[in-house]
Each structure stands twice: as C-alpha cells, then as structure tokens.
Design a protein around this ligand. Sequence first.
Ligand code: URA
Length: 234
Amino acid sequence: MTTALRPVTTASATSDTCGHFFGANVHLLPQTDQLRALHTVVRNRDASREDFVFGAGRIIRMLTEAALNLLPFEPYDVTTPVGSTYHGLRFAQKLIGVPIIRAGESMEAELRAVVPGIRIGKILIQRDKTTKQPHLYYTALPQDIADRQVLLLDPMLATGGTALAAIEVLRELGVPEEHIVFVNFITCPEGIAAVADRYPGVRIVTSAVENGLNEQAYMLPGIGDFGDRYFGTD
Ligand code: URA
C-alpha cells in the first residue's frame, strides 16, 4: 500500500501514483530506515512515555520540514558578508499553524522551533459520544486567515470526520483548499479518501499509511490513542 504513494522527495508530478490511487494530494515521507526505526519505538505498546514523546517529536519535525517544502516561495536577494549577492528565496505568503485540540497540540512545538514567531490558531472539535458526529466547540483564528497558508496539525487521520470538520471551518472563513496543508502523523485509506473526496485541493503530509481501521476506529497496525500516549492520560 505505502509503495503506491509518492514520496515527498519525488520531483516528478507525472508519476503521481498516489493521485490515481487515492485521488489525493498525499505526500508520504520517504520510508527510510531511520523513519522506520522511530516508528518502531512509538508503535511499541511497551514504550515509555519519554520514548514515545521523543520518537514522536523526531517524526513530527520531519513532517514539519516536508510541509514547509510545499509552501510557495518567492525570490529574495541578500548581500553576503563579502559584498556579493545571493539570489535566495523567502516564504511568499504569511503562514499560520492550526492544531486541532488536543492531539494536534503535540505538533505545535516542532513547528514553532522551525518557524519562530509563527501565528498559532486553535480549533477544538470533539466527537459526540452518542451520535459519533464531530462537534465544533471552539475556534481561535486571526481575521486575515484567508490570506495565509495554513498548516493544519492533527497526528491522526482515521475516519476523517474531525479533519473534514476542521477544513470546513477554514473554508467558511475563506481559506482556499490549495492553501491548506494537513500535517499528519499516520493515516489510512479511509481517512485519505474522506478528505480527498470532499477537498481534493488539500494536501496531506504524512509519515505512514496504515492498513485500515478496526471496529473502534483505531488504525491498524496503528499506534493506539496518540493523545493519551503523548500527554500521559491513559
Ligand atoms: N485516534 C487515535 O489516537 N488513534 C487512532 O488509531 C485513531 C484515532
């Protein structure tokens, strides 16, 4: 399954097998031995919380870097210390990170570390225990969000219900689909299909695509409850 997806580092858009497979803009991190070793740490049910947080943080840093590579840049010249010109680049548009509370907040620190001073919004969505439907409880987003490139942060993309509700919030505020990069730790075909069907312009950056979901909507082989393991509330 994962080999059918386009690695972030692949330059050619014409060999876009993930686009055909999922109808999605899915950017899968290159499945290096280092990445797989980190996944081995965090997926181990016996991992200490310290090891889980450390391994997850390393992978989140890789995801963050890959997501930044998808943003638009513009030419920007600087003068070097020897008086020469370096024809460089800088971000072409204002950015914002929007973690979906609570698990998405685990991704905030790595984003702040590589983009100091980045604006951080918040969206709180929780699934109603009876209806199983996602319910929007709270948003904190700047007025100019429609002018920003949005890094939407949520480590788990399982059924896609929460992701769809969060993207809908952004779309209603005028954010174009093409300005949204969903930064995600692990996902599965069901989650990718849910996002791609409704919002084909949204790009997904992920480090793993799982086999599917169990009856409780946990991904398999999966990682368990990411929020509980990261924040130590299980
Ligand atoms: N949320 C999680 O934390 N884990 C899953 O496998 C699915 C949703």
